[in-house]
Design a protein around this ligand. Structure first.
Ligand SMILES: O=C[C@H](O)[C@H](O)COP(=O)(O)O
Ligand SMILES: C=C(OP(=O)(O)O)C(=O)O
Length: 374
């Protein structure tokens, strides 16, 4: 480019690092028939739940963010066994989140910075994300992720059954346009202050055909024309106050009904619904199960932030010294708590379906005691 053309461009860009085209990564790590079957069946099951053709409760559970493949695979193996055991009442999908939206700055997830040292080797991040999604879907485990960067779906979306647009990006036109072309159901979080209107508008925009700028499978910049995503739905994650209680659910249903949108709500038991205290997730979970048992079919799914071990840890200069199975972003509930919550919900839903009387109560330490009465 001539100097007079160049002098007004890229004033603050240090470097352009070439990225391999999506097609090249798909050929390097090809989707298998088994993985493809998991994705297709997972998407179908979620679509049927959103349309209330499948009475099961959708459960999206897993780490706040993935930073270590070995830990993610151990979690996936445990969850997959549990998924099969409770599949009569629950449709379990694993959170496999590689992209983290930050309130200001911080580690932005495995795709952005796989070595967690600021080197931001995004090519390696995309490779690791795709490889891990492939391994998890090959187990038969359906996957969920947040789509944050509008380019990355081209590299990984074929291995994802459900995706979220986060609270910080639900108002973004770019993300709504992207969602209109995504192949899986997309949940829009309410925005961080708790307002639902942004998510409702996002559902309308994502449900409509859109034309916007993107890239194609060969990595060429392109005008992307979409059909609209008829499975856009809302995810309540709380805001200035929690919004999982029955009054908030009613309010959300009223807003959805007024716009003729899917009256299918997923409640995120974490984030502002738990006041960012992982110990509160159990309470939110049981409240929503109770609402379901009381006949409220608007809540079709629940989300948990869960990891092998509870809590979280700070990411320091030496990632090798991180504790195994502990989140480096939001604090999570442990595997043991997750399993107890899921098994308890399964038993309560089974009993209710069979018309048996039963009682599930929260014990003092936040774990469930399930007492079946004759
Ligand atoms: O789910 C994760 C976090 O809540 C989200 O990425 C924001 O994190 P931050 O406020 O720590 O940046
Ligand atoms: C970032 C997340 O949620 P939210 O957008 O609701 O903050 C998340 O689920 O990881």
């Amino acid at each position: 480019m001539s100097p007079e053309m160049q002098r007004t461009y890229d004033v603050r860009v240090k470097e352009f690092v070439p990225l391999l085209p999506p097609q090249a990564l798909k050929e390097e790590i090809p989707i298998s028939w088994t993985a493809g079957d998991t994705v297709i069946a997972g998407r179908k099951a979620i679509e049927r739940i959103l349309h209330k053709e499948d009475p099961r409760l959708l459960v999206i559970t897993g780490p706040c963010s993935i930073h270590n493949e070995e830990e993610a695979l151990e979690y996936a193996e445990r969850l997959n066994a549990l998924r099969e055991a409770v599949s009569e009442t629950l449709c379990i999908v694993m959170r496999v989140y590689f992209e983290k939206p930050r309130t200001n700055v911080g580690w932005k997830g495995m795709i952005n910075d796989p070595y967690m040292d600021g080197s931001c080797d995004i090519v390696e991040g995309l490779r690791r994300a795709r490889r891990l999604l492939l391994k998890i879907t090959e187990m038969g485990m359906p996957t969920a992720t947040e789509m944050l960067d509008p380019i990355s779906p081209q590299y990984i979306a074929g291995l994802v059954c459900w995706s979220a647009i986060g609270a910080r990006t639900t108002e973004s036109q770019t993300h709504r346009e992207m969602a209109s072309g995504l192949s899986m159901p997309v949940g829009f979080k309410n925005c961080t202050d708790g307002g639902l209107t942004t998510a409702v508008n996002a559902m309308i925009a994502a449900g409509s055909p859109q034309s916007f700028l993107g890239i194609d499978a060969d990595g060429r910049s392109a005008v992307v024309k979409t059909t609209g995503n008829q499975y856009a739905h809302i995810v309540l994650r709380g805001g200035r106050r929690p919004n999982y209680d029955s009054v908030s659910i009613r309010e959300a249903v009223d807003q959805l009904r007024a716009k003729n949108l899917l009256e299918a709500i997923i409640v995120d038991c974490s984030h502002a619904n738990s006041s960012k205290k992982y110990q509160n997730q159990a309470r939110v979970w049981q409240d929503c199960i109770n609402q379901r048992l009381d006949g409220n079919d608007a809540i079709v799914g629940l989300m948990l932030e869960s990891n092998l071990r509870e809590g979280n840890q700070k990411l320091t200069d030496d990632p090798c010294r991180l504790a195994y199975g502990v989140s480096i972003t939001d604090a999570c509930i442990s595997w043991e708590t997750t399993e107890a919550l899921i098994r308890s919900a399964h038993e309560q839903l089974l009993r209710s379906r069979r018309g048996n009387s039963g009682d599930a109560a929260l014990s003092g330490n936040g774990r469930y005691k399930v007492a079946v009465t004759a």
